[in-house]
Design a protein. Structure first.
Length: 180
């Protein structure tokens, strides 16, 4: 009887551990789903479709744009997208993903890569190449961006030269100061 009790206890413990492990996540399928969502977001950005691009973000997403304060919320993100896409000098946008990773739990992921923006200037087109890092979270059945940071690889603009220190001398007829 003792061996039956041991087997029963072992089976109960194994069952409890299996139940704690939760459902098995198909990482390959989740990676494919996230890749498709990330590609569709890039397509919306390339097409300069602000509303379509915003549909990929969580309502409380945080964006940390280059050379600007962080923003959060749909209206702030809409303003940021419009700032770029409505600019008549903004010619194009593109990005190349370096990596995309889905967490073992299958509900978080991130991607990073290189972005490229082209602007028309009086001297010809200017291409700004930078980098980005996007954090995605699965919201029910849909992947959504919850955080995005991007920056330029270009060096910051040169600072203006400091004014030369004043080299003025006291007039020669001024009385000299006496030491104390």
């Amino acid at each position: 009887m003792r061996s039956i009790g041991s087997l029963t206890l072992t089976a109960l413990i194994a069952g409890a551990l299996a139940a704690c492990a939760g459902p098995k996540v198909d990482i390959v399928a989740e990676t494919a789903a996230l890749t498709a969502r990330a590609d569709a977001l890039t397509e919306a950005e390339v097409a300069k479709d602000v509303e379509k691009a915003l549909s990929f973000y969580a309502a409380d997403a945080i964006v940390q744009p280059a050379n600007a304060p962080a923003i959060s919320g749909m209206e702030a993100m809409r303003g940021l997208y419009k700032q770029f896409m409505d600019d008549p000098n903004f010619k194009s946008f593109g990005s190349t993903r370096t990596a995309l990773v889905v967490s073992p739990s299958g509900d978080m992921g991130y991607e990073y890569g290189v972005n490229r923006m082209v602007f028309a200037t009086p001297g010809g087109d200017m291409t700004d190449i930078g980098k980005y890092l996007g954090i995605w979270k699965k919201d029910g059945a849909e992947w959504r961006v919850v955080a995005l940071a991007f920056s330029s690889d270009a060096p910051p603009p040169a600072m203006p030269a400091a004014p030369a220190a004043s080299q003025s001398k006291a007039p020669s007829n001024a009385p000299a100061k006496k030491p104390m």
